[in-house]
Design a protein around this ligand. Structure first.
Ligand code: UD1
Length: 350
């Protein structure tokens, strides 16, 4: 139990990729993160990294968010210690599209069931400030780009996508049933990179699905080469376009969103979605070129078949986050890729 008097904020999935960086950003902003994680897809290396970057004892508990009894005991402990948990950043969830197709019930249980349990316990303790880790996947193949928060959802393309749509619905219903809930739904575009210290970063389990971890592993020689999934899309260079943002920019958005939650004063509940991206799209080939330019390393790659389920082009209209959260991305694509490479080199040395 931490003894400091800074406000405590629960960070579920605190040992994961976005959770760990957000914990550091929270601490930088004057909060004490309370990390919980079931360590199913993460490990203690991230927790040690957070402790090092925060230069203080950061509370960590191995808890699965579906375990209502242990969550209850945790909230109770902080009340008894005189500094209750004031808000929640909820990251704990699974995020692999392919895995979700093979294990849809597991995704429903972890992602939707976990959220339900967490909210049920939070309600008992009257914790009303909640920042939720959503995804641009909720939009499916968008009818126009850039997408703003009013863009209608398409049918989910995968069980994973459905869990994010369903979770947003659960949060809206939770808020509608009560007063004074303050909930931010953060729809991430494509987070990449690592903390500039390279003390924490992404630790993909097995073969990475995502572009940048695969790319850095290919350059490091862990993989033979990167396959570019499709060169015949209707885009200027034929490859898919995404909105890549630095994970520390994304982490800082969570602090801004939490502060936004704390600032809401209406008697009724507020639930607000925010797109988090740079507002600029980059194609797969542009990412490869930017990486080569900033690191001086050649990327071994081949053009391959399209990957099923990929949307052609998506990038964010992030003006709501700028206007209402006072947040914009500060780090460029090049900086993000340089930090991803620095992190990969750290992993290689271990
Ligand atoms: C994917 C998910 C998204 C999820 C996110 C989690 C899909 C359709 N979307 O986003 O819902 O929130 O991961 O991190 O899976 N690429 C290659 N070669 C590779 C890997 C990727 O060319 O080895 C391409 C992809 O085709 C895509 C781009 O790189 O055009 C980005 O892919 P990725 O990093 O997997 O992210 P998304 O597919 O956008």
């Amino acid at each position: 139990m931490s003894q400091d008097k800074k406000p405590h904020v629960l960070v579920t999935g605190g040992a994961g990729y976005v959770g760990s960086h957000s914990a550091v950003a929270l601490q930088n902003a004057g909060y004490t993160p309370v990390l919980v994680d079931n360590l199913q897809n993460s490990n203690m290396q991230a927790v040690r990294g957070i402790q090092k970057l925060c230069s203080q004892e950061v509370p960590f508990h191995t808890i699965d968010v579906r375990d209502a009894t242990r969550l209850h005991a945790l909230f109770q402990d902080f009340i008894e210690a005189g500094n209750p948990i004031r808000g929640i950043l909820h990251f704990a969830a699974q995020k692999s599209v392919g895995e979700s197709v093979n294990h849809p019930a597991m995704y429903a249980s972890n992602n939707v069931g976990g959220l339900g349990t967490l909210l049920h316990v939070a309600r008992e303790f009257e914790i009303r400030h909640i920042v939720f880790s959503s995804s641009c996947t909720v939009y499916g193949e968008p009818v126009h780009v850039p997408v703003d928060e009013g863009t209608p959802f398409q049918e989910a393309e995968s069980p994973y996508g459905w869990t994010k749509q369903a979770s947003e619905r659960v949060l809206r219903d939770h808020a509608a049933a009560q007063n004074q809930e303050r909930i931010a739904l953060l729809r991430y575009f494509n987070p990449i990179g690592a903390h500039p210290s390279a003390i924490i970063g992404e630790l993909p389990r097995g073969v990475p699905n995502n572009l940048v971890p695969f790319l850095t592993q290919a350059v490091a020689g862990v993989r033979d080469r990167l396959t570019v999934f499709g060169g015949d899309y209707p885009t200027p260079d034929g490859t898919c376009i995404r909105d890549y943002l630095h994970v520390m920019d994304l982490a800082e958005a969570h602090v801004a969103a939490l502060q936004w939650c704390f600032a809401q004063k209406t008697a009724s509940s507020v639930v607000r979605p925010f797109n988090l991206g740079t507002g600029k799209g980059a194609s797969v080939l542009e990412v490869i070129k930017a990486f080569e330019h900033v690191t001086g390393e050649a990327v071994p790659y081949v053009m391959g078949e399209r990957r099923s389920g990929d949307v052609v082009s998506i990038w964010a209209n992030a003006s709501r986050a700028r206007e209402e959260l006072g947040w914009t991305t500060k780090r460029s694509l090049e900086t993000s890729l340089a930090d991803a490479w620095k992190w990969q080199q750290t992993l290689k040395r271990e």
